[in-house]
Design a protein around this ligand. Structure first.
Ligand code: MG
Length: 211
């Protein structure tokens, strides 16, 4: 499974899986899947499964109480760059009309795992937002992350590792290091691409991909 690569244009399923249950499921289009980077595109208008109680991430993880409902991805599409083995992905958000990169969003997460349908991962709550011009950055959801550490959902050494990884990612973006170059500023989805859809079995978590 690890060696399998998705061809550009393939439709894949990207899920957040928590304690063997799907926390969110988003179909994406594969832009690039090489040993260096996996790049996925979430087009505007894509239907995805979203959890209830989005603002209560820590509570949800402690008591396992959430339901999924379908929602439509609005605004500009979202590009997601993941270097294999890294505990984060970098999400590229554009301004309306894709005129410019609005922000580079570092999503701390466990490394992506390949599945038959795409990729699974576990989000680690903390995020960093780097400005589109790469000059400034700020932590996002730091309170939530600190709460998760306080109640033991994330242990202190892991929290430190994640913060260290985030700082490395910030430097990579600030200095336009590959794969976070200006290539993406002018990147556009292929004209012939259609909206990806949730595949059959999107809700099934096999033993091998539990976290
Ligand atoms: Mg996050």
């Amino acid at each position: 499974m690890e060696s399998r690569r998705w061809k550009p244009g393939s439709h894949v399923l990207l899920r957040v899986v928590l304690n063997g249950r799907v926390l969110s499921a988003q179909p994406h289009i594969v832009v690039r899947d090489t040993p260096d980077v996996t790049v996925l595109w979430l087009p505007s208008g894509t239907v995805w499964m979203k959890p209830t109680g989005r603002e209560e991430a820590v509570k949800k993880r402690l008591n396992g109480e959430w339901q999924l409902f379908s929602d439509i991805w609005n605004g500009e599409g979202l590009l997601r760059l993941t270097e294999p083995g890294r505990p984060y992905s970098v999400l590229v958000f554009w301004t309306p009309g894709m005129g410019a990169v609005d922000r580079w969003y570092i999503n701390l997460e466990d490394p992506l795992r390949r599945t038959d349908l795409g990729f699974d991962y576990l989000d680690q709550l903390l995020d960093v937002v780097v400005a589109g011009d790469r000059k400034t950055w700020r932590w996002k959801d730091e309170d939530e992350f600190d709460d998760a550490v306080r109640v033991g959902l994330i242990d202190r050494s892991k929290a430190l590792e994640l913060r260290t990884a985030a700082k490395e990612a910030i430097e990579q973006i600030r200095f336009s290091r590959p794969p976070y170059t200006d290539e993406w500023r002018t990147w556009r989805p292929e004209a012939g691409w259609t909206l990806p859809e949730l595949p059959n079995g999107w809700e099934i978590v096999s033993e091998g991909s539990r976290s």
